[in-house]
Design a protein around this ligand. Structure first.
Ligand code: NG1
Length: 447
């Protein structure tokens, strides 16, 4: 795709994208010498509604950002992958492509590329390596640790580059699902929302995704949902960073997996919380204690270690099974209602659902923070603003809000000002122009 198709002519110029691409290419040549290259870009995403539902095979409604990571690759004749990064904080690395790649130290940036590479070798037969420059620098890059999927963008970028240099042509759904699995390499046990959003989004649209594959075909239902033209989707980054490789994220995964194991004792057909759709809450709630320790679970014949299958976990944990289940089942219903509201152009209803989603994320899923609460309050004070809610994994990161296009300027200046007064922290507010999924950027690709 050409830059104009990817970003639209306004953003190409206002964000000086040409200059950015040229700089990244120059850094590539500095690291690896001049010659042919392929240029890929993969976006982050903001989630409108459907939080922490994807790893329970639920519904989600993300929107791809126009902020992305650049991934410049040159095929090699051997299986080595050499990595350089535009940011000095991320030191160069190299490893050999195989179906068993050892990880770098916990938290190392190359682990996302290692995970994607191992998956491409294991599942798709990739054997050819590449030299790579990654450029995720601000202001065009995806803010990191902000719940905007910078890690999945890097994983997907490595996968699409390896797909290309190995001459493969993989179905986008197959690749997105495989990238979800690839990210487990870093120890998390997340879902597939971010990888689908990164690969399958359409400009100007949200991506409705049903994370439960269809029985028999294994295909996922996706639908591009148009966004209301009179509203901008504005993201505000609290500046409080969260890493999903901390045990908090997997604790939520453990809680929902425990809920499934407990419900299975009466409803053996239930494989994920999504399968509770259509089963009345009253008929299983007695199986779900407010709190459960791994020992309590063991007494019921359920092993947490087996449920987590190698995923990182804190040393001691109390699992809040009932409240987490209440969130996920309610959130799935809200996503379906939100898609319907968008189809009917009913922004009031969408906003109500987003507010309810926020309350549930805070009260049932316990992923909000004082900073996110402060941002939501400040956003709601701006006249006409609707549906402000935390977005992404939580414990920091961002809020998202629907802002009338006429109030965007007021919003992006006032909310960060109020936030700084209230918390002493700096917030960045930016408009998300719903962007395209991953693309190969033709005018910078040199053969
Ligand atoms: P972010 O918001 O990028 O940290 C994480 C998970 C998603 C999803 C959301 C919560 C990964 C790679 N990402 O995303 O799958 O569960 O939290 O809705 O695990």
């Amino acid at each position: 795709m050409e830059l104009i198709e990817i970003y639209g002519s306004d953003l190409v110029h206002s964000h000086r994208q040409e200059e950015r691409y040229e700089q990244a290419l120059a850094l590539f040549s500095e690291a690896f010498g001049s010659g042919p290259v392929d240029v890929f870009r993969v976006p982050g995403r903001v989630n409108l509604i459907g939080e922490h539902t994807d790893y329970s095979q639920g519904y989600v409604l993300p929107v791809a950002l126009d902020r992305d990571v650049l991934f410049i690759a040159r095929p090699r004749t051997d299986g080595t992958i050499r990595l350089a990064n535009a940011e000095a904080a991320f030191p160069p690395e190299s490893f050999v492509l195989s179906d068993a790649i050892s990880p770098a130290v916990h938290g190392h940036w190359s682990n996302y590329v290692r995970g994607a590479s191992q998956m491409m070798a294991q599942r798709l037969g990739a054997t050819r390596g590449m030299d790579v420059l990654v450029d995720g620098r601000a202001p065009w890059g995806i803010p990191r640790g902000a719940g905007l999927s910078s890690s999945s963008a890097l994983t997907v970028a490595a996968a699409v580059a390896l797909e290309h240099v190995n001459g493969l042509a993989v179905d986008r759904q197959v690749l997105a699902e495989a990238c979800g699995y690839a990210e487990w390499y870093v120890g998390t046990r997340g879902g597939i929302m971010d990888q689908f959003a990164a690969l399958l989004s359409h400009q100007g649209h949200a991506l409705f995704l049903d994370c439960r594959p269809e029985a028999g075909t294994g295909r996922y239902h996706t639908q591009a949902v148009p966004l209301p033209p009179e509203y901008a989707i504005v993201v505000v980054n609290s500046g409080v960073r969260h890493r999903n490789t901390s045990p908090l994220f997997n604790t939520r995964v453990a809680e929902v997996r425990s809920a499934v194991a407990l419900v299975q004792q009466r409803f053996p057909q239930v494989r994920s919380l999504r399968d509770l759709e259509g089963i009345p809450w009253e008929s299983y709630v007695d199986l779900l204690p407010e709190e459960q320790s791994p020992d309590d679970l063991a007494q019921r014949g359920i092993s947490l270690a087996t449920l987590m299958n190698g995923g990182i976990m804190p040393d001691s944990v109390n699992l809040q099974v009932r409240a987490r289940c209440r969130h996920v089942t309610g959130e799935n219903a809200r996503v379906l209602a939100a898609v319907e509201a968008l189809a009917q152009g009913d922004v009031e209803r969408l906003a109500k659902l987003m507010r309810e989603a926020h309350a549930s994320a805070r009260d049932n899923f316990d992923i909000s923070t004082p900073e996110l609460e402060s941002l939501v309050r400040l956003a709601e004070e701006i006249p006409g603003v609707k549906g402000a809610r935390l977005t992404g994994a939580g414990w920091g990161g961002c809020i998202v809000a629907l802002v009338p296009v006429t109030s965007v300027e007021t919003f992006v200046s006032r909310v960060p000002q109020g936030y700084q007064r209230a918390t002493g922290l700096r917030a960045e507010a930016f408009v998300c122009s719903a962007g395209h999924g991953a693309s190969r950027v033709t005018e910078y690709t040199r053969s």
